[in-house]
Design a protein around this ligand. Structure first.
Ligand SMILES: NC(=O)c1ccc[n+]([C@@H]2O[C@H](COP(=O)([O-])OP(=O)(O)OC[C@H]3O[C@@H](n4cnc5c(N)ncnc54)[C@H](O)[C@@H]3O)[C@@H](O)[C@H]2O)c1
Length: 197
């Protein structure tokens, strides 16, 4: 649709993503309520990893013909560090980091830059539903209130606050621009100093 409307695609931002917090083993009562299943594994991998592959391949075919383009992969700080209750999500984001590095090697020589962004805790988005918070708090044996208090704790995030969406968007704009013409094959952590998921 973007190609129909604009003639070509110059910038692809692989932003779509989902997260369903679950434990590898849920031994609390009732047993298995928040345990990972194959269906959840497939669902998260299909959107976060396969979706990035399909979108990038479709767009990169044309970018290669043009000899230019920028691909930005939305990762997560949890992909760098792992995250309690979010192992599949974090694994897909680490896979995305690996895509960024490999595709940078394949596409750089065709004039296309590939760069990742790994946000930490951000202000609320559609991702942070009550179901999400309830499940994540459960996997960490804390309350939803404790979870929410953690969003702005300096022990979690040294800057002591959640990131603004504009702080991620500003980096997207920079990476997409020619000002970032030598930035390639890396994933930027935008996480207020947070280094553990
Ligand atoms: N919010 C955070 O704190 C945070 C932190 C780190 C990384 N991220 C990443 O940022 C990206 C955006 O997340 P967000 O926080 O804005 O969440 P969000 O739920 O508000 O946005 C996700 C978007 O993905 C779309 N989407 C989901 N499944 C799709 C599918 N199958 N096909 C097409 N579109 C689909 C949704 O429609 C939605 O617009 C995600 O990749 C997420 O993993 C978010």
């Amino acid at each position: 649709k973007a190609k129909e409307k604009f003639g070509k695609v110059d910038i692809l931002v692989n932003n779509a993503g989902i997260n369903i917090p679950r434990l590898l083993v849920d031994d609390k009562e009732p047993h298995g309520k928040y345990e990972l299943s194959e269906a959840i594994f497939d669902k998260i991998v299909n959107v976060n990893q396969k979706g990035v592959f399909f979108c990038t391949q479709a767009v990169a075919r044309d970018m290669v013909k043009e000899g230019s383009g920028v691909i930005i992969n939305m990762s997560s700080e949890s992909g760098l560090e792992g995250s309690e209750g979010q192992s599949i999500y974090a694994a897909t984001k680490n896979a995305v980091n690996s895509f960024t590095r490999s595709w940078a090697k394949e596409l750089g020589k065709k004039g296309i830059r590939v760069v990742g962004i790994a946000p930490g805790i951000l202000e609320a988005t559609g991702l942070r539903t009550i179901e999400y918070e309830t499940a994540l708090a459960y996997t960490r044996s804390i309350t939803v209130d404790d979870l929410r208090a953690g969003y702005s704790k300096t022990s979690t995030t040294p800057l002591g606050r959640s990131g603004k969406l504009t702080e991620v968007a500003d980096l997207v704009c920079y990476i997409a621009s020619d000002r970032a013409s030598y930035v390639h094959g890396v994933t930027y952590n935008v996480a207020g100093g947070k280094t553990r998921g």
